[in-house]
Write a protein that binds this ligand. Structure first.
Ligand code: NAD
Length: 272
């Protein structure tokens, strides 16, 4: 199969650099363009040198037209206005798009969906980790099978600089367990326990948060029954897992129809 040509928008960011690093080791995908914000300090720099994998000759530019035109797929991890700039540019010369930027408002999300339905197929995911997407599916299965016989508790740990809790991934796992068994986080989640809490309400879904050091991301879904426990655990050790998933989505897009697609679809997890 011929090499898939990739342009990276947000190439100077943490995810951008993780992607440049992942692409440097691949022979069936090739980096052909790198762009970043007009305000970025990395404009003009070699994207490989910046990522620490040695010069690759792909300089980071502010203008997107040429970089995107040279690619089969554009991958972008920026900020919502960066996502909007990318699809405005792509509207006149469409390319398939992988987007991981979080925090799009409803209007921005609508514009992305329009691009996907009219111009070119898009994969969008709040979490590109293959392992996390698999853990969500396994959680659904376990919740369905164990149902009333086991209490569900979600324990997550992250580095000391994380400012919100529980993590988006913990909520994703909790929602998967809830929806598989006719519950909802709005009605059944317990986010903290302190003092005289009373006994555990049946069918509640508990969350516990750990913060410390440089933990990248650790999630456990515990199903605690009578006489047995089942745990589904995912541990991230670096951002490489997101980059691997985003590149897998880019490859999958080559044969995808118009529309807004997600990671379960890329991974074939929607069946069964
Ligand atoms: P970062 O701040 O390290 O990098 C963002 C990059 O985007 C920077 O180089 C910045 O200059 C650039 N940028 C900002 N605004 C821009 C604009 N208007 N046009 C072009 N470039 C612009 O952030 P990060 O950790 O790499 O994360 C980027 C985004 O991806 C965030 O929204 C984050 O939440 C999300 N993220 C998603 C996943 C996932 O799996 N979906 C994983 C990690 C991060």
């Amino acid at each position: 199969m011929s090499s898939i040509r990739i342009a990276l928008h947000g190439a100077g960011g943490r995810m951008g650099r993780a992607l440049v690093t992942a692409l440097a080791g691949m022979d069936n995908m090739e980096l052909v363009g790198a762009t970043d914000s007009p305000n970025s300090a990395v404009l003009g720099q070699d994207s490989g040198t910046l990522a620490g994998v040695g010069a690759n000759g792909i300089l980071i530019t502010e203008t997107m037209e040429d970089a995107f035109a040279a690619a089969d797929v554009v991958i972008e991890f920026t900020r919502p206005n960066g996502t909007m700039r990318a699809i405005e540019t792509l509207a006149s010369n469409p390319r398939k798009l992988v987007t991981g930027t979080t925090g799009l408002d409803p209007q921005q999300q609508q514009r992305l969906a329009e691009y996907a339905s009219k111009h070119a197929a898009v994969v969008q995911a709040a979490n590109f980790s293959v392992g996390v997407n698999l853990a969500v599916k396994l959680t659904e299965l376990a919740a369905r099978v164990l149902d009333e016989s086991a209490d569900v508790e979600i324990i997550e740990a992250h580095h000391r600089d994380k400012v919100d809790a529980p993590s988006g991934t913990a909520l994703l796992l909790g929602r998967a367990a809830a929806e598989a068994t006719g519950r909802s986080l709005e009605g059944d989640a317990i986010y903290a326990r302190v003092g005289q809490t009373g006994v555990r309400p049946p069918r509640s879904i508990g969350f516990a948060t750990v913060r410390g050091g440089d933990i990248v991301g650790d999630h456990t879904v515990l199903f605690a029954g009578q006489g047995e426990q089942v745990e589904i655990r995912h541990r991230a050790t670096s951002r490489a897992n997101f980059a691997t998933g985003a590149l897998r989505a880019a490859r999958w897009l080559m044969g995808a129809p118009l529309g807004l697609h997600d990671m379960p679809e890329v991974l074939g997890l929607n069946h069964g």
